[in-house]
Design a protein around this ligand. Structure first.
Ligand SMILES: Cc1ncc(COP(=O)(O)O)c(C=O)c1O
Length: 382
């Protein structure tokens, strides 16, 4: 374990510098045991009894994420959705929550279809508008304000510090889905958030081969204890092999995200004047409505995600996606390979995604190859 104060990139590359005490190995083993031996006097002094409650393979990715987010503790879950849903299910009955109109569609669908069954009333607002947020919270009754920034699929930006102030003034918690920002580009807890959630399936793992989710807390309080117990009793646990792969991905988080950011910025700027596009949505562009807030609260870049709107409409967008050769037509984001997706096709009727929108997840390939592939896919309609 390293004790010096080091840059987060160093902590990530060395996964906190942990080595295996018994062998000196610089990579810790995967723990597959589902059960742990009791001491002869019937105690569990080594702290673990059963695999659903805990797994030693979680320790290192949880500790690393806690360090990267500057939090008090973290939990890994079986998916990003499992992590997010655990938060809502732990609020208790009669909770009022506020959520964004523009957010990961799967969570919006869960809130619309299931929140009521858990006694939760959800209000959806434009969280980029602080006035709308102030009007939506109900002092003494709102338990949680959930934001996502930058948010799928328009990459709208919410002011984290201002949202935290509004939430706290109403007696509510602020939770941030920071999946697209990653701990490299954003530290929501330092800006006043209480909880940070990631779909670790995306940038944290980064190789499109693990489904996982995480929560990080600013404080180890009673709500955190409930979340921890929600994971072990609800059983939304990550497998040991997946936890190992997640940590392996996290060790290269910084170079992957830094390169994806640089390429996304370059691609967004190059596409701005493209004759077949009516808009490029990327917080790194000065034209983006969230640019000023993003410039203030993001660190060193604006992320690897952008969207483009195809001038000739939905069919032209789908046709352009059909012609790419380097980009993969697939959902998800944050992997080393670049992905393109016609977003309205997946999000359904109440999606804020315009029908002509293609979402781009920029990977770590050569940005020139990505740009020319996209350019020829857009141009070959001529
Ligand atoms: C921003 C965001 N939040 C949450 C999720 C859900 O995560 P998972 O697919 O790991 O359950 C996703 C998945 O696409 C996402 O993009």
């Amino acid at each position: 374990m390293i004790s010096k104060l080091l840059h987060p990139a160093t902590l990530a590359a060395q996964a906190l510098g942990w080595t295996d005490g018994s062998t000196g190995a610089v990579v810790l083993p995967v723990h597959t045991a589902t059960t742990f031996e009791r001491d002869p006097d019937n105690q569990y002094r080594r702290g673990r009894g059963y695999g659903r409650a805990d797994n030693p393979t979680y320790d290192q990715p949880q500790a690393l994420l806690t360090a990267l987010e500057g939090g008090a503790a973290s939990l890994v879950f079986s998916s990003g959705m499992a992590a997010a849903v655990a938060v809502f299910q732990s609020l208790g009955r009669d909770a009022h929550i506020v959520a964004p109109q523009v957010m990961y569609w799967g969570l919006r669908a869960w809130l619309k279809n299931f929140a009521e069954l858990w006694g939760i009333e959800a209000t959806f607002v434009d969280t980029t508008s602080l006035d709308a947020l102030r009007q939506a919270v109900r002092p003494g009754r709102t338990r949680l304000l959930w934001i996502e920034t930058p948010a799928n699929p328009l990459w709208s930006v919410t002011d984290i510090a201002a949202a935290a102030e509004i939430a706290h003034a109403a007696g509510a918690l602020l939770a941030v889905d920071s999946t697209a920002a990653t701990p490299v580009l954003s530290r929501p807890l330092a800006l006043g958030a209480d909880l940070v959630m990631h779909s670790a399936t995306k940038y944290l793992n980064g190789h499109s081969d693990v489904i996982a989710g995480t929560l990080t807390t600013a404080r180890e309080d009673a709500f955190w204890a409930r979340l921890s117990s929600a994971r072990s009793s609800g059983g939304a646990i990550l497998g040991g092999f997946e936890a190992y792969l997640l940590l392996r991905g996290m060790r290269t988080l910084f170079p992957r995200v830094e390169r994806a950011c640089r390429s996304a910025q370059q691609i967004a700027e190059a596409l701005l004047a493209h004759p077949h596009l009516s808009a490029v949505l990327y917080p790194g562009l000065t034209q983006h409505p969230g640019h000023a807030v993003a410039a203030r609260q993001m660190i060193g870049g604006y992320g690897g995600m952008l969207s483009i709107r195809v001038r000739d409409g939905a069919q032209a967008a789908i046709a352009a996606a059909a012609r790419v050769e380097v980009w993969k037509r697939a959902t998800s984001l944050g992997g080393v390979e670049s992905l393109v997706e016609h977003r309205a096709s997946i999000e359904g009727a109440d999606s804020p995604a315009p029908p002509d929108l293609l979402r781009l997840s920029v990977g770590i390939e050569d940005p020139g190859d990505l740009l020319s592939d996209l350019d020829s896919a857009l141009n070959s309609a001529e």
